[in-house]
Design a protein around this ligand. Structure first.
Ligand code: 13P
Ligand code: SF4
Length: 356
């Protein structure tokens, strides 16, 4: 059974269609090729642009069939990727979970590099392709394996929980991984299992401080890493949004500064925010996160008005339909991880996945 926010794509007579209920999408534009898919992206793609996109979508679908490949798409992917060629979509926890069960020889990551590394860690025998190796993450770049070794010397016996937004080398130095979707659960489980009340929670300072509010009984020692997208939001942005859009429900990602989260009505991972919209159907909502997310969630909720402040992740934007197509045509670029590092890093990810 897939997570609520993980939509498996199914093959239909018309080609590949996302597995959403037909009445949740606007009426198709019949004159256009793959009109059922165009209906999902019509707010972002003009009819004149669509034929060019269709060429890539059709080529990618053919290559996926020929090579037994799947595309994993993060919730922040551009609508023309998320709604067309992505076979499995979700937050980083869902993508990590689905990567384990995926029945394909090739996985193409429509996301950033750490997500492709996590997929490779969990599928060492499969080829994991990254359409653009430059798609990094400011959090992953904020800490090195040497930093963790130094911290361990400074805090002997204190377990290390690292955010999944890190390199394989950093994961290899960690005891557990976590994502924004399970961070509270993971630190509680680690404190219990290790019989400790102090945990190094790295490298996202704001995630650690937001989780700290939920677990006052555990001291979380943080690092100074920040997401370059979420750190830009301020409490006054939220107050302005409320003033300019009366009644708006504010959902924030926990990578935002705690002062921003304090102004929000709800904080959670990208999947938790999407679930909130589905469960509560607010008349008007704003997602304080990367802005493609609102475009993607809005497709399934035409009755909800989305207010859209726009902070784009430059790393996610490096993934495009043409480079997904090129990745499959040329089998570039496969993600490789030194086996000695991979074995230790996998352990940290698997320990996380074992916590339910
Ligand atoms: P999620 O795990 O919530 O999808 O977040 C990943 C990410 O990179 C957020 O910036
Ligand atoms: Fe990294 Fe932030 Fe981009 Fe997420 S949004 S991938 S945390 S830089």
């Amino acid at each position: 059974m897939l997570d609520v926010n993980v939509a498996a794509r199914t093959e239909t007579a018309e080609g590949f269609a996302p597995a959403f209920t037909p009445d949740s999408v606007p009426a198709a534009t019949p004159a256009l090729p793959l009109a059922h898919l165009y209906a999902r992206v019509s707010k972002h793609v003009t009819p004149a642009e669509w034929p060019l996109i269709v060429r890539d979508v059709e080529a990618i679908e053919r290559l996926k069939r020929e090579k037994n490949a799947v595309v994993l798409g993060h919730n922040y992917q551009a609508p023309e990727i998320f709604n067309t060629v992505a076979d499995i979509v979700g937050d980083s926890l869902a993508l990590a979970r689905e990567a384990v069960t995926v029945d394909a020889d090739i996985i193409v990551m429509a996301g950033v590099h750490f997500m492709a590394e996590t997929a490779k860690l969990l599928n060492p025998s499969k080829t994991v392709l990254m359409p653009d190796m430059g798609a990094g993450c400011s959090l992953a770049e904020s800490i090195t394996a040497a930093d963790i070794r130094l911290l361990r010397q400074h805090y002997p016996g204190v377990p290390v929980v690292t955010y999944v937004n890190t390199s394989a080398e950093v994961k290899a130095e960690s005891d557990y991984c976590c994502t924004s979707g399970n961070a509270v659960k993971v630190v509680r489980a680690v404190a219990k299992e290790w019989g400790v009340n102090r945990i190094l929670m790295l490298p996202d300072e704001y995630l650690a401080r937001n989780v700290q509010k939920e677990v006052p009984e555990i001291e979380l020692i943080a690092w100074k890493g920040h997401c370059e997208v979420h750190e830009r939001f301020t409490p006054s942005d939220i107050r302005d949004l409320r003033e300019n859009h009366p009644g708006v429900v504010v959902l924030a990602h926990p990578e935002c500064p705690p002062e921003v989260v304090a102004e929000a009505d709800f904080a959670g991972s990208t999947a938790a925010m999407a679930d909130y919209v589905g469960d509560h159907k607010p008349a008007r909502v704003v997602l304080i996160t990367e802005c493609s997310m609102a475009d993607n969630v809005a497709v399934s909720h035409p009755e909800v008005e989305f207010v859209r402040p726009c902070n784009l992740c430059p790393h996610m934007r490096r993934i495009t339909l043409p480079n997904i197509r090129r990745a499959l045509e040329t089998m570039t670029t496969p993600v490789e991880i030194d086996p000695a590092i991979a074995d230790r890093a996998r352990l940290a990810v698997e320990r996380m996945l074992a916590i339910r």
